[in-house]
Design a protein around this ligand. Structure first.
Ligand SMILES: *Cc1c(COP(=O)(O)O)cnc(C)c1O
Length: 399
């Protein structure tokens, strides 16, 4: 039998991430059990009938829910302060499900244009094919949100801090505009992590994550999650999720559960290192600018003070000399790896203009501030002194 281990008391995040959601079997295992099973059996035909009618609690089929996956969902719910959640096979499965489940042909969506590339494809292309129109705006311009609203607007969508320029959007203000328009706000909170920004408390209706990033944090598996009120999940996501099958595998859920145990420690360490690196780079003549949400010179510093509890594990900076210099710098790094991923234990550097954002037109890139010299650095768990020596060496190479 599965026993819930938590007594229901309020736990601080570091404690919650070690204990919350654990359901112990009769064996009394210490670690969360991995239930690699597709289905479940019933004691009698009557029990199966009762389970299907929803009159008896329990699992039916792992596409709907699985004990290990549920433990991951409940641990995330505790962290986010959400009433319910559904874990998905990837971050994009979470975004696609969260958007598609609540719109029908004729509806309209407003989204901040600085979006992760695949998210932009979902709102611009996938939704359009289903007859849902989308208006892309500058998310930091509150008047642009107001001006984009139509009678049929159902959903607002944004990401903050944004990829790769780390712009920060005022979530509370956008939520207010959404609600005044009778729409709901969905926030992709990947860059902030649940440790640094809590969109539901700021008024968002739905939060989505790619758990592939900081939540795993060790580069092992893909995963995602959609968190919201019980009402929203029951009304919009529950049936959509069961019948379209974006479910997370129990094995990956188990990996992510173990990731959550160390999430608070990792994010705190990586943020401290990123802040030191930002201060170090800004002093260098080879660097034209540094964008770091923890610095007072960030363009959105006033919003950041109000809505985020920490800086970021990521920073963006522009190397003088354009693409040639950015490539020379990246190639000269010895510890920091060239990769488009983020939130990993290993520090990773990306040249957005030629990788993650190569599909945008040069005009669209310029609009987002993605110049040819821009690099995005995801700071890992290494000793920050080693990282700074590595960056120092690469700066010599571009001079
Ligand atoms: C990575 C990422 C996603 C997509 O997540 P996957 O797990 O790769 O599918 C969505 N949004 C943001 C902001 C991301 O960084």
């Amino acid at each position: 039998m599965l026993k819930k281990a938590d007594g229901g008391r309020k736990l601080r995040p570091a404690t919650a991430m070690v204990h919350r959601g654990t359901m112990r079997s009769g064996f009394g295992e210490t670690s969360e059990a991995l239930f690699l099973t597709q289905g479940f059996v019933y004691d009698s035909a009557e029990a199966a009938e009762a389970r299907f009618k929803g009159e008896e609690p329990g699992f039916i089929y792992s596409r709907y829910a699985n004990p290990t996956t549920r433990m991951f969902e409940e641990r995330m719910m505790a962290l986010e302060g959400a009433e319910d959640a559904r874990a998905t096979a990837s971050g994009m499965a979470a975004v696609a499900a969260a958007m598609q489940c609540q719109v029908t042909a004729g509806d309209h969506v407003v989204a901040a244009r600085a979006l992760f590339g695949s998210c932009r494809y979902v709102v611009e292309t996938v939704l359009a094919r289903c007859g849902v129109a989308c208006t892309l705006i500058d998310g930091r311009d509150l008047d642009a949100w107001r001006a984009a609203v139509r009678p049929e607007t159902k959903v607002f969508f944004l990401e903050s801090p944004t990829n790769p320029t780390l712009e920060v959007i005022d979530i509370a203000a956008v939520a207010e505009i959404a609600h005044a328009a009778g729409a709901r706000l969905v926030v992709d909170n990947v860059f902030a992590t649940p440790m640094q920004q809590r969109p539901l408390e700021l008024g968002a209706d739905v939060v989505v994550y790619s758990a592939t990033k900081h939540i795993d944090g060790q580069g092992r598996c893909l995963g995602g999650i959609v968190l919201s009120s019980k009402n929203w999940i029951d009304e919009y996501l529950h049936d959509y999720f069961r019948h379209t099958g974006p479910s997370l595998s129990p094995f990956n859920a188990w990996t992510l559960l173990k990731g959550l145990e160390t999430l608070p420690l990792r994010v705190a360490h990586q943020t401290r290192s990123a802040a030191r690196i930002a201060d170090f780079l800004i002093e260098r003549q080879e660097i034209a600018k540094v964008l770091y949400p923890g610095r007072a010179d960030h363009p959105d510093a006033d919003v950041i003070v109000r809505q985020m509890s920490g800086g970021s594990t990521l920073l963006a900076f522009e190397v003088n000399g354009g693409k040639r210099a950015a490539f020379a710098f990246s190639n000269a790094l010895e510890i920091i790896l060239i990769s488009n991923n983020l939130g990993d234990a290993k520090s990773l550097i990306t040249h957005p203009a030629t990788t993650t954002h190569k599909n945008l037109s040069p005009e669209a890139r310029a609009e987002l501030g993605i110049s040819d010299g821009l690099l995005r650095l995801s700071v890992g768990l290494e000793d920050v002194e080693d990282l700074m020596e590595d960056l120092e060496g690469a700066l010599t190479a571009v001079r």
